[in-house]
Design a protein around this ligand. Structure first.
Ligand code: NDP
Length: 402
């Protein structure tokens, strides 16, 4: 039985609040706080109607440590679940240290003025958390998150040594808009327009964004999609924690319409993250674009189709080569029926709840700052099957990957 504070009431925050509310034996007292409290209240009302549970709400500006500290002191939670934006990671970690509370997030810190996400800023908190006897769990979404756990689980149960890792993220969903992003547009566009980096022969190798693609047919009839190689944050921690990896790549599916729009928006400067002067005002084009695009949390009712996200690993066991894939398939409309949200927010929010559950139940407990693959994957994998993200393992799959 524990008290938690969830910060961020966007698409992901909504799912985390619903999923925590579904497990009252662990999450006995829930507060959802965000910059705009009316969004928290709307979610609290949904939870009351759907589950008959009351959760509390609060207003907080998570860029401000003193505001966070005051709220945490008032509530005295055991854990803060950060599902605001990556820009708030460090202020929330600072507030947790000041108040003696454990921390969890789903995306690594990224400075507002430099689209460069790296773990170095958060890893630098290792000693502080250790000394305070507190735990910080980083990247407990799907990717990063479940993909890190899949990799650790595959290594633990199938390999002596792993050599290649391909993380494959397919969204076979259709929301009917010519262009919309499935999670925060600013974060999404910063991520996909960044230089691609993959791990090969002991170093990260840079290539232009979206310059390598391949066709991929998902299992179970989810469909055939174009995958594009891109950089994703879990590669950084996975190659560190699995040093036998010779090659590690991340692949995501994009439709032609999404890419065409992105190219044009980039060409005309609408994806710029630096301020420009407009009629006497400073505006950041990507923030203005976000205001024009559909809010990802409104895509739920209109998105149909399924996601397919998994890890394909090769390596050796008892001196013999082997390959294994583990994946989850998630149906957009089934998610909407359960928590009024599409599958991208759902596949992020459920692992955030499970990561929190692992910490509160003491199954994952260690002072310091940790990535998901450093914990025992077994209890997390077991909970994925129970809480809405069942997975499948295939030994010797016949996928042909580049
Ligand atoms: P949204 O933009 O939908 O929601 C973000 C929420 O954070 C909003 O409620 C926003 O408030 C709130 N917020 C922003 N700034 C502050 C602040 N200074 N103080 C308090 N609250 C603030 O984003 P998503 O829900 O789509 O994404 C949430 C997080 O999940 C992001 O960090 C994203 O990168 C991560 N993510 C991780 C994935 C994974 O698999 N690991 C996949 C998808 C997302 P307001 O409403 O007032 O703007």
């Amino acid at each position: 039985m524990a008290k938690v504070l969830i910060i961020g009431a966007g698409g992901v925050g909504q799912v985390v609040a619903h999923k925590c509310a579904q497990v009252p034996s662990v999450f006995s007292d829930i507060t959802l706080a965000s910059r705009t409290e009316s969004k928290c209240k709307k979610i609290a009302q949904q939870i009351l109607e759907k589950q008959g549970r009351t959760i509390k709400t609060a207003q907080v500006d998570a860029d401000k440590v003193p505001e966070l500290v005051a709220l945490i002191r008032k509530l005295q939670p055991e854990l803060v679940i950060n599902v605001a934006l990556p820009y708030q990671d460090l202020t929330i970690m600072d507030a947790c240290l000041e108040t003696g509370v454990n921390y969890l997030d789903t995306a690594n810190y990224e400075p507002l003025d430099d689209a460069k996400f790296e773990y170095k800023w958060q890893w630098a908190y290792q000693e502080k958390f250790k000394k305070a006897g507190l735990m910080a769990l980083l990247g407990s979404g799907f990717d990063p998150g479940a993909t890190n756990v899949f990799t650790a689980w595959i290594k633990k149960h199938y390999f002596d040594e792993i050599h290649t890792l391909d993380i494959i993220d397919v969204n076979g969903g259709n929301h009917g808009y010519p262009f919309a992003t499935n999670f925060n547009p600013e974060i999404n566009i910063r991520e996909v327009t960044a230089e691609c980096r993959h791990w090969e022969a002991g170093q990260f190798v840079g290539t232009p964004p979206m310059s390598l693609k391949q066709s991929f047919t998902c299992t179970e009839g989810v469909g055939t999609y174009n995958l594009y190689r891109m950089y994703h944050e879990e590669l950084e921690s996975l190659v560190k924690h699995f040093p036998t990896l010779k090659k590690a790549q991340f692949w995501m599916s994009f439709g032609d319409s999404y890419l065409k729009h992105l190219e044009v928006l980039g060409n005309v400067g609408m994806t710029r993250i630096d301020p420009v002067e407009f009629q006497g005002q400073q505006i950041v084009p990507i923030q203005f674009l976000k205001a024009l695009l559909p809010d990802p949390s409104t895509l739920g009712p209109r998105t149909v189709g399924r996601t397919w996200i998994g890890c394909h690993v090769t390596g050796i066991k008892n001196g013999k080569p082997r390959k294994v894939v583990v994946y989850n398939i998630c149906d957009h409309q089934a998610c909407y029926k359960e928590v009024l949200s599409q599958a991208i927010s759902y596949t992020t929010g459920v692992p955030a709840m499970i990561g929190a559950k692992m910490m509160l139940e003491g199954k994952w407990k260690a002072p310091g700052v940790w990535n998901m693959e450093q914990m025992d994957p077994d209890p997390f994998m077991a909970d994925m099957n129970v809480h809405g993200l069942p997975w499948t393992v295939i030994e010797e799959p016949d996928f042909k990957l580049v």
